[in-house]
Design a protein around this ligand. Structure first.
Ligand code: ADP
Ligand code: MG
Length: 259
C-alpha cells in the first residue's frame, strides 16, 4: 500500500482537485482510499456527503479507541474508490486533544490496519501546519505539493518543504517530495515567469509540466462523479501521475537539497 499526502501550507492551490484527479486515475486499476483531513471538507462535499448530521469519518481516527479505517469509509460514485469523510469537528480537534499523547501517529496506526485492503491511500490535507497535517506527513511515503503558478504561492511551497524536512528528520524514514505546478495560465507573463522560477529553483523536485487552468476542473463535484475525466487538465493529471510513479521508483536520483 502506498500512502500519498497532498499538502501545501496554503489554501486554494489545487490540493483537493489534485487529490481527486490522482485518485481517479489510480482507481482505474487499483483499490484507492481517499481520506479527507480538511475540516472545510471540500472533498467530502464533492462526493455529495451531507454535512448534517455529521458523517462518520476522519474525526473518529483521533477520538475512537481502536478505529477501523475501513469501517469509517464509504463507497463513492467511482468504482474501487472509497472515502473517509471529514467532519466540522476536525477544526477543534487540536484544541480539545492538546494533552493527549501519541496523537501525531493516530492516522499511521489506523492506516496500518488497512494495508491489505487498498493499493493507494491519498490524504487531502488542510492548508495549515496542524495536528492533521503532521499526521499525514508522518504516515506518507510521498508528499505531493500542488503549487499555484503565482508569485505569492512560492512562499507556501518553501514553508511546506521546510516542514517536510522537519518531519522526515524526526521520523527517520525518507519522504519522497514532488512539486506539481497548478492553475497555470499560459497567457499571463507572471504565470510563465513563476513556472520558470519553479523549474530553476526546484530542479529535480518539480514536474516538468504544469496543470493548466481548465474550466472542466473547476467543479469538484463533476470530477467526483462517474463520468470519465476529459480535457487538457485531466490529461495533464494523467501525465503528472506517470511522472510521480517514476519519482517514487527512483527517489535517490533527486537532489535532496534542491531548495
Ligand atoms: P485547495 O484544496 O488547495 O484549497 P482546490 O483544489 O479546492 O484547492 O482548488 C481551488 C479552486 O480552484 C477550486 O474552486 C477548484 O475547483 C479550482 N481549480 C483547481 N484546479 C483548477 C484548474 N486546473 N483549473 C480550473 N480551476 C481549478
Ligand atoms: Mg482543499
Amino acid at each position: 500500500m502506498r500512502i500519498w499526502a497532498v499538502a501545501n501550507q496554503k489554501g486554494g492551490v489545487g490540493k483537493t482537485t489534485t487529490t481527486l484527479c490522482l485518485a481517479r486515475n489510480l482507481a482505474a486499476d487499483a483499490r484507492v482510499l481517499v481520506v479527507d483531513l480538511d475540516p472545510h471538507a471540500s472533498m467530502t462535499r464533492a462526493f455529495g456527503v451531507p454535512r448534517q448530521p455529521p458523517p462518520i469519518g476522519t474525526h473518529e481516527v483521533f477520538v475512537a479507541q481502536t478505529p477501523s479505517l475501513d469501517g469509517l469509509s464509504r463507497t463513492t460514485a467511482i468504482e474501487r474508490l472509497r472515502l473517509v469523510a471529514a467532519q466540522p469537528a476536525l477544526a477543534t480537534l487540536e484544541r480539545r486533544s492538546a494533552t493527549q499523547p501519541g496523537l501525531g501517529m493516530a492516522l499511521q496506526r489506523a492506516l496500518a490496519g488497512v494495508a491489505d485492503l487498498y493499493d493507494h491511500v491519498l490524504l487531502d490535507c488542510p492548508p495549515t501546519l496542524s495536528l492533521l497535517m503532521v499526521n499525514a506527513l508522518a504516515a506518507a511515503d510521498c508528499l505531493v505539493v500542488p503549487t499555484q503558478t503565482d508569485p505569492l504561492a512560492l512562499h507556501g511551497l518553501a514553508d511546506m518543504l521546510r516542514t517536510a524536512d522537519m518531519v522526515e528528520r524526526s521520523r527517520k524514514r525518507s519522504l519522497v517530495r514532488a512539486v506539481l505546478p497548478t492553475l497555470y495560465d499560459a497567457r499571463t507573463g507572471s504565470g510563465q515567469r513563476t513556472l520558470e522560477h519553479l523549474y530553476a529553483g526546484y530542479e529535480g523536485l518539480v514536474w516538468s509540466g504544469a496543470i493548466p487552468l481548465d474550466t472542466r476542473l473547476r467543479d469538484a463535484r463533476s470530477i467526483a462523479g462517474n463520468a470519465p475525466l476529459s480535457g487538457r487538465g485531466a490529461d495533464a493529471y494523467a501525465d503528472a501521475l506517470a511522472w510521480l510513479h517514476t519519482r517514487i521508483a527512483a527517489p535517490a536520483a533527486t537532489p535532496a537539497e534542491a531548495v
